[in-house]
Design a protein around this ligand. Sequence first.
Ligand SMILES: [Zn+2]
Length: 360
Amino acid sequence: MFRTIKLKLPYDTSLLETGMQFREACQMVLDYGFSEHVFNKNKLNRATYKSIRREIPALPSALVQTARDAASESLKQTKLETRIHRKSMTIRYDRRTFKFYPDSHTISLTTVNGRLVFPVAHSPLIEEYRGEYTNAQLYIDKKHRKMSVMVQVEMPDRDAEKKSHKEIKGIGIDRGIKNIAVLSNNMFFNARELRSVKGRYRHNRSELQHVGTRSAHRKLKELSGRERRFVQNTNHIIWKQIVNLPYNVIALEMLETTKMSNKKNGRRFNGMLGSWSPFQLEQFIEYKAEYAGKTVIYVNPRYTSQRCSSCGYINKNNRKGSTFHCLNCNFELNADLNAARNIGILGKSEYFRLLSTSQS
Ligand SMILES: [Zn+2]
């Protein structure tokens, strides 16, 4: 059974250039086929391949071949009766030239600048149509600066599995400093109280350090123990609430690989809260979730703050401070909440992948 998933892509100049060169290659084959009255693929290939490679050297060979196939089919359709001027820049991709990654909602495509990875918009069809991704077509709308890709999926029959997918309820959690956690179901856990308590401890600590007597030293030790217990207790309260919510898949960002190593975020996380660390939360939630029979999934945080959780459009400028405003569909939401929803969507995807690989 074949199905098609249509996905939006960010507008990209490498893809645009590839589309223009693909069209040019197509046109060379169309012109030759029309004037020589040939539509047979092999004949067209023998006659045009070398000159296309010479005249459009940046267009990868595999794309020259799919351009020739597309031209051959057009020639056959028109029975060589009319001269064709190709206007569209639609690019044909096959197994050699694209790879779709449904769990991270990204696609890698061959372009005139090499193989590049692009984020695609979220779509429920990504979950629904899982299988082998056999080919794809990239559509370019230069006038409206829009790009989309149609991915063909060859699916095994999985009615039984699909039913169980409906029972899965996932939740996404965005973690940070201003908000300890923001949940995709609109729950916020902010850090205001934690911050003020920590600030008070820091103040007392510096005063005691100044005194420097033995009793001050003892007091200092006592204080740091109390502070640690306070943080731990806050964590417990938060995660107990989260784990008790009626969701069976809990998605978090994988912080160690990207967000934390990022300079800007490193500062964001390390600065205000001293010893407070989002990592500590992970251990709690993993343990508690496991105990409650729930699954914790880690997702790649790339694009989670740039992507619109409503239409899937990705743009750096979608985010302005604490507000997310989609430049494509005008959707507006608290930026952390938008990220949490993206994390939830990706977490569910990843969960289904794990499910299908364990079943096959
Ligand atoms: Zn949008």
